[in-house]
Design a protein. Structure first.
Length: 366
């Protein structure tokens, strides 16, 4: 009898010990509080016997279900994979930045401030190879420089988009080498177009909230299709989410001139302006709902000599309708210094005027 009693006592003690250890480990694995409540808030199996290792594993909460990527995420991943092979690093003396290959002949667009006065730079390709690059030319007035490396079949080339057709609010993805962290991808939107920020001697810029940091300079700003719409150039140090890029159409025009003529020549009109929107027209009682309104005129400019006034709204140049600043920039890029263009304007007091403007030439830093 004593032996039977001892066996029963030992069995009860062993069961208590097993159950106690099982509960203690279970709580330790899933934590306390709400996690434990959630983990154990499910039908329980009849308590026939204490769980062993297999039972404890089965008692753990299931792993979170896989969450599929959204279509936006999938598109950013696709764009990053498409564009990053064409993004390069550029080192010129003690300065460094980014660039993007835009032609199979090894033509790279970057910022003028990245290459400085250098004629030769070092280019780091996406495959880790470092090759010499020759600076074909630069335009400090728009902060664009063009570099060429030896052509190769294997080089990745970015697709060039159309910055004249940008819409505020559309997706923007910046790619570059901020702080030496190669091919970093950030996302945002086109916050505004045709910006001329105070304190920055550049105009007609694309504003974006896609994060741009030191080292991003010269890298591409691309749209949701992976087409380059701008070249990242400058940020406001005092602000967050306030970066600017040079429109790719302007950069591409410089590329074309350097490859065909060997020099950069740009027509000069001599005004600052803003887009006319229907809301603005209604509020101020403007005579038209589309066009660009003249805000300032350089007194030495072709526009001033032709008789253009502040408040005039340019609606047409030659036969081209001017509805927004992008139209104006596009037409101006298609003309050359010394050409005369017919400018149609709507005047604030009513009526229209047609002015002949003989375009000047910007000073281009070589």
């Amino acid at each position: 009898m004593a032996s039977e009693s001892m066996r029963r006592a030992a069995g009860a003690a062993g069961l208590a010990l097993t159950v106690g250890v099982g509960i203690g480990i279970g709580q330790g694995l899933v934590g306390g509080g709400a996690e434990r409540d959630v983990a154990w808030a499910r039908p329980q199996a009849p308590e026939v016997e204490a769980p062993g290792a297999a039972g404890m594993a089965a008692a753990r909460p299931p792993a979170p279900a896989f969450v599929p990527q959204t279509s936006d995420e999938q598109n950013v991943i696709r764009v990053a994979r498409q564009v990053t092979p064409a993004v390069v690093g550029i080192a010129a003396g003690n300065a460094s930045g980014s660039g993007v290959v835009v032609r199979q002949e090894g033509v790279i667009v970057t910022n003028a401030h990245v290459v400085g006065r250098s004629r030769e730079v070092e280019v780091s390709l996406a495959n880790g190879e470092r090759v010499p690059g020759r600076v074909l030319g630069r335009d400090a007035n728009v902060d664009i420089a063009v570099v060429q490396i030896p052509a190769r079949r294997s080089i990745a080339v970015a697709t060039v988009g159309d910055s004249d057709r940008l819409t505020v609010g559309q997706s923007a993805i910046a790619i570059g080498n901020p702080l030496g962290l190669e091919r970093t991808v950030t996302t945002g939107v086109v916050s505004a177009v045709n910006r001329s920020p105070r304190g920055i001697e550049l105009g007609g810029l694309i504003q974006t909230d896609a994060a741009i940091n030191p080292g991003n300079s010269g890298g591409p700003l691309v749209d949701s299709r992976g087409a380059v719409i701008g070249i990242n150039t400058v940020i406001y140090n005092e602000a967050q989410g306030l970066g600017f890029a040079v429109p790719i159409n302007l950069a591409n025009d410089i590329v074309q001139q350097l490859l065909t003529e060997g020099v950069i020549r740009r027509a000069w009109f001599g005004i600052s302006y803003d887009n006319v929107e229907p809301e603005m027209a209604a509020y101020y009682g403007l005579p038209v709902e589309q066009g660009i309104i003249v805000l300032q005129i350089d007194p030495r400019s072709p526009a001033a000599r032709a008789g253009l006034r502040r408040g005039d709204i340019i609606t047409r140049i030659d036969t081209d309708a001017i509805q927004r600043g992008g139209d104006f920039q596009r037409v101006l890029r298609s003309r050359r210094p010394g050409q005369t263009v017919a400018v149609t304007v709507a005047r604030p007091g009513g009526g229209t005027a047609r002015l002949n403007v003989r375009l000047g030439e910007t000073e281009v830093a070589g």
